[in-house]
Ligand binder design. Sequence first.
Ligand code: FES
Length: 127
Amino acid sequence: MNQLKYSKKLMKYFKNPKFIKNIKNPDGVGEAGNIRCGDIMKMKIKVKNNEIKDISFQTFGCPAAMASSDVVCELAKGKTLKAAKKLKKEDIIKKLGGMPPIKIHCSVLGIQALKKAIKNYEKKSKK
Ligand code: FES
C-alpha cells in the first residue's frame, strides 16, 4: 500500500488545531468544497478596523485540509483584509514543512473559504 508521508509539522497542526471552534455572530462566513473528494470547509471571521480579529473553521476534511486550514487561520489572524487576501497555498505548504503532492489540492480549501468569508463581509458592510 502506498502510504502518505505527512511532515511532523503538519501532524502537529492536525492533532492540535487551535481554530476549530464556532465563532458566534461572525462578520463574514465562507464555504468551500473540494470537487475531487467532496470535502467541505467553512470559515468564519470577526473583523474590526479592517483587520481579522478572530477566525475559526469547521470541516469535513482530511488531515491535510485540517492542518492547512489551521495554518490559514494562524496566518490570517491579526492581518488586514487586504493582506489576508494575498495568502497563497505556497505560504501554507511552507509553514507545514511540505505536503505530499497528491494532497496539494487539500491545501487550497482553507484559503478559498477565507477569501469567500472576506467577500461575504465586504458585501455585508457595503449595505
Ligand atoms: S482529501 Fe478532501 S480535502 Fe483532502
